[in-house]
Design a binder for this molecule. Structure first.
Ligand code: ADP
Ligand code: ZN
Length: 195
């Protein structure tokens, strides 16, 4: 997988909710462990939908992880062991400070793998991910299945009308949708609001 990796680099795994980002991240973790490249797993403390101290994918795979309030806490953890790779799930919630930190860690020789949403629920670029996609050596953009038309989905549709960008949620709050069905859904919400 990382045949050409002998120095630091950034990899981004992105796509909408339910597209398998956490699953893909945990697959990478397994490969790194076979390659004896000890990975440090982190996620923002903010995201506790499934578990406080684990990365959990919807297919049930789970791994122990460190929940950080601030991405800068990563430097303290790196002192504790001979980590070669840093794996960051739900990275959009770390905010823009992640851009500088990820770049610095890659410059120091770490393999930095970041998984997060590229778009918010209005299809707008989300936090640090778009910039990291531009700076990364490698980008994997995944798709889910649109729950309305079953075509490939690249957006996360929020079912209710709240307008907080960082609303945590899962199946009850969000759906994977294609562009067309996302736009249709937003229009329906607007109509309901104006009734
Ligand atoms: P992510 O981290 O991108 O939110 P996960 O790795 O947690 O994704 O979950 C991906 C899994 O979610 C898929 O393998 C599938 O079992 C399940 N899933 C649920 N809804 C959908 C959907 N609409 N399209 C594709 N997969 C879905
Ligand atoms: Zn659709």
């Amino acid at each position: 997988m990382y045949k050409t990796f002998n120095d630091g680099m950034i990899e981004v795994i992105t796509g909408p909710m339910f597209s398998g980002k956490s699953e893909e991240l945990l697959r990478r973790v397994r490969t790194l462990e076979y390659a004896k490249m000890l990975p440090l797993l982190i996620k923002p403390e903010y995201d506790n939908r499934f578990s406080d101290d684990e990365i959990v994918s919807r297919c049930g795979v789970r791994r122990k992880t460190h929940s950080l309030k601030n991405i800068n806490e990563v430097y303290e953890l790196l002192k504790q062991d001979k980590y070669k790779a840093i794996i960051i799930d739900e990275a959009h919630f770390f905010g823009n400070s992640l851009i500088e930190v990820a770049d610095d860690l890659a410059n120091k020789g770490y393999l930095v793998i970041v998984a997060g949403l590229d778009q918010d629920y209005l299809r707008k670029p989300f936090g640090p991910i778009p910039a990291l996609m531009a700076m990364a050596e490698r980008v994997t953009k995944l798709q889910a299945i649109c729950v309305v038309c079953q075509h490939a989905a690249s957006t996360s549709f929020r079912k209710d009308s709240s307008n907080e960008q960082n609303l945590i949620g899962d199946y009850n709050e969000y759906e994977a949708r294609c562009r067309k069905c996302h736009i249709m859904g937003q229009k329906q919400k607007e109509l309901l609001k104006n009734k």
